[in-house]
Design a protein around this ligand. Structure first.
Ligand code: ADP
Ligand code: MG
Length: 468
């Protein structure tokens, strides 16, 4: 035993004390997936599930945690973080959830011992068994929503109620919603779970009226313990269904039953929704899903490739991740197409085949109205340097780096060749542009912050172009 093995005890005690000082929401959001990992002199290393999570915890609690450790140990102990992606819910035995006296789950939850021993039940037909937290890759774009969903699944009806997850098509709303269902179904056998799309809810309601069975309709929905309603944007203009949902909502809310909804946009942007229903949705936790960054797309794609069990060259994977930027559904569709082709013609997948088979996917995000001027303006503004400086010969880091970013974006989202891009940047050679793109690509692999920056810049460029 080394002399700083005691650090683990300090950490555990610190966590215990912190629990008394934070709200349940904070705890379940930011502390249930940190685990003691190792230690060395004056340092404790804890593991966290993503760099997003790490940054959030660091900015919110680092000081607080280190003060606690100082208080307990009498000497300064620094906290370091290691990111251990990627699949959720690995049930790390040293996570604080399984330590004594921490994170008691709700009444009828099975204990951890039983969890390990029991066999999984087959989910009800309305839940797809693949839609689990285990299969959900967490990245900066979805960490908040995923953590909220997991917190809900651990303690339905107690914290974030209702919860609304919103975001564009193919970003994982249904997957997360059903993961809550699947998780609660396994962990709380006594709870009645209902998952329904807003469309089916509406149709069922109409049919109930027609057949004069409103009573059984009400009975069904108002006695759920966990009600999951997908795609509530379908409610727009459906006054009577809104009315019915309003009453369902109140009944469940009053008896502390969990409700989770998804929507393809923030509630404020829904039209033709009664104010009182709107205010109900806004009452709880609203979390958004953003398009995945390069890093997350890569992690998702690798996991899917593994699941399918085929061989794809690394370069092809990169190519897909670079080009299919819209959402996870498109990413999956690209992979499916590639696999289908390879199986049909009995060929191994190569980079050329990837390029050729997926050209439709790759072409789609190209927007014809984007000019290099716009890119230079947006990137220049962001880094606070002028377009002239971007085009100049100057090579200081403060200018060279933004220039590389601008070149990369130009190559990424326009169809200009490296020669054309070079010309627009003060008549530089095409090899300079190629080099710049390589540099940025390399850096993006290890720097998630840069990935986010570039994503945002890309978005900005698109929006600015559309406004012109
Ligand atoms: P939405 O309901 O928002 O339109 P879905 O939940 O149907 O999107 O997701 C589309 C597809 O992408 C599904 O097959 C889903 O499993 C997959 N998917 C989405 N996000 C992720 C993720 N973070 N990790 C793994 N798969 C994902
Ligand atoms: Mg969906």
């Amino acid at each position: 035993m080394s002399e700083w093995d005691d650090y683990k005890l300090f950490w555990e005690e610190a966590v215990k004390q912190i629990q008394a000082e934070l709200t349940d929401q904070e705890l379940s959001l930011w502390f249930n997936r940190i685990a003691f990992s190792s230690s060395r002199e004056n340092v404790i290393i804890v593991s966290v599930p993503s760099s997003f999570y790490r940054d959030q915890v660091k900015s919110r609690y680092l000081q607080f945690m280190e003060n606690k450790l100082l208080e307990l140990s009498g000497s300064k102990i620094n906290l370091e973080f290691e990111v251990k992606p990627i699949s959720v819910q690995e049930n790390n035995p040293s996570s604080i959830e399984s330590q004594p006296g921490t994170f008691k789950s709700a009444k009828n939850k099975r204990s951890h011992g039983e969890t390990a021993a029991r066999s999984r039940r087959d989910p009800p037909p309305f839940l797809k068994k693949e839609y689990t937290f285990d299969n959900f890759i967490i990245g900066e774009n979805n960490a908040f929503a995923a953590n909220a969903a997991m917190a809900i699944a651990k303690n339905p009806g107690t914290g974030y109620n209702p919860c609304l997850v919103y975001g564009g098509v193919g970003l994982g709303k249904t997957h997360l919603l059903q993961s809550i269902g699947n998780s609660v179904y396994q962990d709380f056998p006594a709870m009645k779970i209902l998952y329904v799309t807003m469309e089916n809810f509406t149709n069922e309601f109409i049919q109930a009226i027609r057949e004069k069975k409103q009573h059984s309709f009400k009975n069904k929905y108002r006695h759920a313990d966990v009600l999951l309603i997908d795609d509530i944007h379908f409610l727009q203009k459906k006054t009577e269904t809104q009315e019915e949902l309003f009453h369902t909502f109140n009944a469940l809310y009053d008896s502390n039953k969990q409700m989770v909804f998804t929507c393809d946009r923030p509630i404020s942007e829904l039209k033709d929704l009664t104010d009182r229903l709107r205010s109900r949705f806004e009452r709880g936790l609203n979390v958004d899903l953003q398009p995945p960054s390069y890093e997350t797309r890569y992690a998702i794609l690798r996991k899917k490739i593994e699941t399918v069990g085929i061989q794809i060259p690394e370069e092809s994977t990169n190519l897909i991740c670079e080009n299919v930027t819209t959402n996870v559904r498109d990413l999956e569709a690209a992979l499916t197409k590639l696999v289908a082709y390879a199986e049909l013609v009995n060929k191994t997948i190569t980079v050329d085949i990837t390029r050729q088979q997926l050209k439709d996917f790759f072409a789609s995000p190209m927007q014809k109205n984007i000019t290099i001027d716009v890119i230079q303006k947006v990137v220049g503004d962001y880094f606070n340097i002028s377009v002239q400086e971007l085009k100049s010969k100057r090579k200081t880091k403060a200018i060279a780096f933004p220039r590389q970013v601008a070149m990369y974006i130009a190559r990424d989202i326009t169809e200009y060749s490296t020669t054309e891009v070079g010309l627009e940047f003060g008549g530089r050679d095409h090899t300079t542009v190629m080099y710049a793109c390589e540099r940025i690509k390399e850096r993006m692999k290890t720097d998630p912050y840069l990935v986010t920056q570039i994503d945002n810049l890309r978005k900005d460029v698109r929006e600015t172009s559309n406004k012109r």
